[in-house]
Design a protein around this ligand. Structure first.
Ligand SMILES: N[C@@H](CCC(=O)N[C@@H](CS)C(=O)NCC(=O)O)C(=O)O
Length: 206
């Protein structure tokens, strides 16, 4: 059985939703960031990066959201979560998810995790002040140049959709108006109504 380590309000939501969409047999264990559980000796033995998500498989532990999402799409092909038979289309999925991971997520991280990049208080304030601009610019680019509709990759729902949804949940806290990107606002509403998303959101409240 697969085991997901996650924390609420984090990028782990994308993998959590994908486990549900895939119909996987899995367990989810919540970590508390309040108590810094991600840096406990017990968890560091699972993921030495001290981050969530981590997915324990029968072959070892996977980390990094795009890798985990691709792994789930390939492991559960019947769920049709990626265009597995077409190298170019699959690369487009990976390209989109890599952008979320390496650029959008990093912009967002400047709010709470500025100490990774600077040590002066004034630097933290500067980084935080930039977030509406950098996150807003990323979402505008996604809306205008990347998003195909009705799902991220077009007609087929893929592993890009729960990942975009997850990062969209951060926009309000980042002072970015989701309605400035109407296609993404509509995507967010439709994602919120999916049974898998509802189930995971409810499970996180429990
Ligand atoms: N590139 C990683 C990022 C993982 C990551 O930074 N996760 C955050 C939550 S969104 C985390 O665990 N932060 C805890 C910390 O920085 O102490 C991925 O996409 O999975």
């Amino acid at each position: 059985m697969l085991k997901l380590y996650y924390a609420t309000g984090t990028c782990a939501l994308a993998t959590y939703i994908t486990l549900e969409e895939a119909g996987a047999d899995y367990a989810a264990e919540r970590l508390s960031f309040k108590t810094n559980q991600q840096n406990s000796a017990e968890y560091l033995a699972i993921n030495p990066k001290g981050r969530v998500p981590a997915l324990v498989t029968d072959r070892g532990v996977l980390t990094e959201t795009p890798a985990m999402l691709a792994y789930l799409a390939q492991t559960f092909p019947k769920a049709k979560l990626a265009p597995l038979d077409d190298p170019f289309d699959f690369a487009q999925v990976q390209s989109f998810n890599s952008y979320l991971c390496s650029t959008v997520h990093i912009n967002h991280a400047h709010k709470m995790r500025g100490a990774r990049w600077a040590s002066e208080e004034s630097s933290f304030a500067d980084m935080k002040a930039m977030i509406p601009k950098t996150m807003g610019a990323c979402f505008s680019l996604i809306e205008q140049k990347m998003y195909k509709g009705p799902w991220v990759m077009g007609e087929q729902y893929t592993i890009c959709d729960p990942y975009l949804y997850t990062l969209s949940t951060w926009l309000e806290g980042d002072s970015v108006d989701i309605n400035a990107t109407p296609k993404i606002a509509d995507h967010f509403k439709r994602m919120s109504d999916r049974p898998a998303v509802r189930k995971v959101m409810d499970a996180q409240k429990a």
